[in-house]
Design a protein around this ligand. Sequence first.
Ligand code: ATP
Length: 440
Amino acid sequence: MIPLSWNVSFLHLITGENMNNILLYVGIDDTDSSSGMCTTYITCVIISKLKDCGFNIKGYPQLIRLNPFARFKTRGNGATSFKLELKSLEEINEVKKIVIENVQRLSVLEDERTNPGVVFYDGEITSELQEFGLEAIRNILLIEDAENLLNKVGADFYKFKNGRGIIGALASISCPLDDKTYELLVYRVPENYGKPRRINHQSVKEMDKQTYPETFDNIDQKYITIEPHTPCPVLYGIRSENPEILKKAKSIVKVSEPMERSCVYLTNQHTDMHLQNVEKIADMEKFKCYIVEGTVRDKPQVIEGGHLIFTLEDESGEIECAAYEPTKQFREFVRELEPEDALRVYGGVGEGVNKKGTLNIEKFEILKLANLIQLRNPICDCGKRMKSAGKGKGYKCPNCGAKIRDNEKVRNKISRNIKKGFYETPPSARRHLSKPIVRN
Ligand code: ATP
């Protein structure tokens, strides 16, 4: 038996008193490892089992992406939750039993980095809880932060091993969703985990043609982005603005392997919820994500590995910005930037060469293009460009021999290969939380 710590603050459960129409939130996180499994899959299995037992799941389950810089994440730092309408304490206890048994059965508990947490809560989502949800997306939290709040609001929670998952489990329940998208996740049969996925790529292109932009980020040039490249149970995932279009999208995508189950999640993916506006570059901190304005200080340079780096500055300070190699063609836009270009940059501050960290660019808007001036020798009346006649002696035409005494060069404006506006990373390099321009 795996050690399980159980908070018994739900004293009314022990008393066995009856209640009417309870809304019970269930949050789950940190069940998987890089070698396999997926919290969304476990949640989908649990929801099926609960439905089979006659329980009523309210609305769509939620898939909430948390701070992309959280140290212990496996991949995309996602946590899940769902809510049920229940009538009695017996029902609550039955639900809790099914959830806990299945988290225990399906989690990769043998992996030292897997520390599942499960939260049950039947109260109001207060502003303090919402704040916690937002903090888990924008900041780095401790297990104690979640535990203290769970105790304060009288929620019931279960910690497997160190139970770090309670951070995500609580955030998934409490995160406010002013903007939202949906994702259909289709799962494979276990025998196929780790094997190449058999998805008809032509059908994915057809699905994209028929459903974009209601669905988005399906393909990236020739590359199919609905298909993960990890040994997880997900066969494919389609992201959308509304849940209705996902039925049509699923009917168009053809696969030649069995699908075990599927689930539509309501999610904060592609909402830019991780980004905070910051007035001064000097106020930016590592492991947080920002929208910041500044001026390009130096021409972007390619460094080893094909990454492109430049410095963004304002009166308060400067930060190194990077378009990393996986962002592929996005680097072509970054390469066109010049000193004095005014930008609004969207991205997260990760580890970098210096203490302040490096701003990993997700997208940028060019607010003002710098005037690029080239100083050249004047053109002669005969149409030929003149040559210097010697230091301080003006110019002489190599064609007709005409001379001018003036030493001034002519200022030519250089046209730019980039315009004002938005530029973003391609779907294959996009963060789960990053809002594509098509959603603006
Ligand atoms: P997958 O996407 O494959 O489901 P994952 O990338 O979501 O995996 P988890 O296995 O869930 O990664 O691990 C992330 C861990 O980090 C969880 O324990 C979660 O509670 C915790 N966590 C999430 N956000 C934060 C945060 N802002 N601060 C500290 N810990 C966090």
